[in-house]
Design a protein around this ligand. Structure first.
Ligand code: PBG
Ligand code: ZN
Length: 338
């Protein structure tokens, strides 16, 4: 046999050939953009740890959602930053709470956009915990009632999908039951199934939702990041309990988990490219050490290649802009250079 028969470089000679054999493609249609709603009007306050992302009053939230939709982004993941927090997390399930009002505004003004709502107590409790604390411990079963009530209030406001983020045992079942008995059998659940206890959420928590943990941490409910088999058990439980989409979080630090989850479960799979992952790339780019757009595309493609169907990312708008530009360029100029 003449050496070398196989020359992998043959198919890398130019962009047209590379494009022809490219295995994975990013598409704005797979992005979910997180949005942060705040009370008031005419507020568009940049979240410094998440540059290019904003605290938005409802009028500005609608504008941002329209812009996202016009870039081909099909869905947003909605968070609320309430005016006041209390021990009962009452703002989380108030019929006219910030998220409920934001859902109504979005569904009225941008009806074709999928509005997914994050279901957890920690943006609404004074102590920053995800549910009710008893003897210093996040009490599972009483918190389930809270979580289910939050989900129902989102459904009643018109949410298209609820995304329970708490990592309580039985949370998908509790939500599914309450939704079903209230005629929301068709409302899908995107479960934060394998959510690791991670310091990568700090930018989101401190600045995004302006929460602080008064004591303790979240390691009694979120997963130990040393574990992989346990992540598969968590995902299996959520599927049994009725999850429609399962999620791995964080994304870039958990590409092994994403890959395993896709291979083992064949479910619609989301990966959450979290605030700390965004902030690291953003900070390094500001220092001039890396090319922001290039690293963003490489990171998002890696998440897709690992097996994620959906990517929740603060980069969604910028990446969608670049993808749009690239699509029109490759259709014309690049093919002519073959
Ligand atoms: C819980 C929630 C958190 C994130 C999404 N939903 C915070 C937490 O669990 O501590 C983190 C997202 C991110 O870091 O981008 N409401
Ligand atoms: Zn929480």
């Amino acid at each position: 046999m003449a050496f070398p028969a196989q020359r992998p470089r043959r198919l890398r000679q130019n962009e047209a050939l590379r494009g022809l054999v490219r295995e994975n493609h990013l598409s704005a249609g797979r992005f979910i953009l997180p949005l942060f709603a705040v009370p008031g009007s005419n507020i568009r306050q940049e979240i410094s740890a998440l540059s290019g992302n904003y605290h938005l009053s409802l009028d500005c939230l609608v504008e941002e959602a329209l812009a996202a939709r016009d870039l081909g982004i099909p869905a947003v993941l909605l968070f609320g930053v309430p005016e006041a927090k209390d021990e009962q997390a009452s703002g989380a399930y108030a019929p006219y709470g910030i998220v409920q009002e934001a859902v109504r505004a979005l569904k009225k003004m941008v009806p074709d956009l999928i509005v997914i709502t994050d279901v957890c107590g920690c943006e609404y409790t004074a102590n920053g915990h995800c549910g009710f604390i008893k003897n210093g411990y996040l009490d599972n079963d009483s918190s389930l009632d809270l979580i289910a009530q939050i989900a129902l209030s989102h459904a009643e406001a018109g949410s298209d999908m609820v995304a329970p983020a708490c990592m309580l045992d039985g949370q998908i079942q509790a939500i599914r039951r309450l939704l079903d008995t209230n005629s929301f059998q068709n409302l899908p659940i995107m479960a934060y199934s394998a959510k690791f206890a991670s310091k990568l959420y700090d930018p989101f928590f401190k600045e995004g939702t302006q929460s602080t943990l008064a004591f303790g941490d979240k390691r009694t409910h979120q997963m130990d990041f040393s574990n992989s088999d346990e992540a598969m058990r968590e995902i299996a439980l959520d599927i049994d309990e009725g999850a429609d989409i399962v999620m791995v979080k964080p994304a870039l630090f958990c590409l092994d988990i994403v890959s395993r989850a896709k291979r083992e479960f064949h479910m619609p799979l989301a990966a959450y490219n979290v605030s700390g992952e965004y902030a690291m790339i953003d900070a390094a780019a500001r220092l001039g050490r890396i090319d922001r757009d290039a690293i963003m595309m490489e990171a998002l493609t890696a998440i897709r290649r690992a097996g994620a169907d959906l990517i929740i990312t603060y980069f969604a708008k910028r990446a969608a802009e670049l993808l749009e530009g690239r699509a029109s360029r490759s259709a014309h100029a690049e093919l002519l250079h073959v």
